[in-house]
Design a protein around this ligand. Structure first.
Ligand code: BTN
Length: 263
């Protein structure tokens, strides 16, 4: 499998070392162990199934076999720690491009780390960073991405049934070659953006693909709930929301819920 992916790699992505595991608790957890054991930047782990896939805010990421791609990349960025947020942003754009190139399907980005297709979440990204506090620099970052290719045979768990979706319809065939190409193109696109992360060249596309722009949302920031309409995403990748009192606030973190008919 790695050999097939490797054949499609270009540029900096060619320097990756891809490990394939059938089942793992979480590719991010495994990659973190490897980071602590001094594995180099560009170590990639790809799993067929995760038994304890993790999402943002301590949530789990449902990762059954034969329905998705679960992948983590070990990075050792030489950028300022504040730039770590842009790893997620760049990865969202890279994954969107890869999906479009390989499948012809156009996904949207739900700030800050989800991809949506036909109003359903088909992909989540989790970036975890470890700091060197004395040097005020990043020791490493693990970029994890999970893509739902097909609805699992038993369906999604009930708590996800109104949110989660898959890139391919049940009747669609997903050729193995497309899966491999998706991974390869994601790595190609991601590493080409990563090489010049500080230029933030991907931000315009991130804005263009925004799923939330123009939508009415409820934002939770800590224990505060705010309601408003999303106006845009700014140059710092913050969400600009016109609140019900008419002011526009910029959010750099938080959880967004869509008001009906969306979730
Ligand atoms: C989210 O939806 O909040 C982010 C989900 C990220 C899931 C991916 S799957 C590969 C990697 N390993 C994990 O445990 N999580 C990420």
């Amino acid at each position: 499998m790695h050999a097939d992916i490797r054949a499609h790699l270009r540029g900096r992505a060619k320097e990756t070392e891809i490990h394939y595991v059938k089942v793992v608790d979480s590719t991010n957890t495994l990659c973190k162990m490897w980071a602590e054991a001094s594995y180099p930047e560009g170590t990639v782990v790809l799993a067929e199934e995760q038994t304890a896939g993790r999402g943002r805010l301590g949530r789990s990421f449902y990762s059954p076999a034969q329905s998705g791609l679960y992948c983590s990349i070990l990075l050792r960025p030489r950028t300022k720690p504040e730039e770590a947020l842009f790893l997620t942003t760049a990865a969202a754009v890279a994954a969107s491009r890869a999906i479009q190139q390989v499948t012809g399907k156009e996904v949207q980005i739900k700030w800050v780390n989800d991809l949506y297709y036909h109003d359903r979440k088909v992909c989540g990204i989790l970036t975890e960073a470890a700091m060197d506090w004395e040097k005020q620099s990043l020791r490493y970052a693990i970029l994890g991405i999970g893509l739902n290719l097909q609805t699992p045979a038993k369906g999604f768990p009930s708590e996800l049934s109104e949110i989660a979706g898959a890139l391919y319809a049940p009747e669609e065939d997903v050729p193995e070659s497309q899966k491999l190409n998706l991974v390869a193109e994601f790595l190609n696109e991601f590493f080409s953006l990563y090489e010049k992360l500080e230029e933030r060249s991907f931000l315009e596309e991130y804005r263009q693909r925004s799923f939330l722009t123009g939508k009415r949302v409820i934002l939770s920031c800590g224990n505060r709930l705010e309601e408003g309409i999303v106006e845009d995403i700014d140059a710092e990748a913050r969400l600009l929301v016109r609140l019900t009192n008419g002011t526009v606030e910029a959010y750099s973190a938080g959880e967004v819920q869509l008001q009906k008919p969306y979730r």
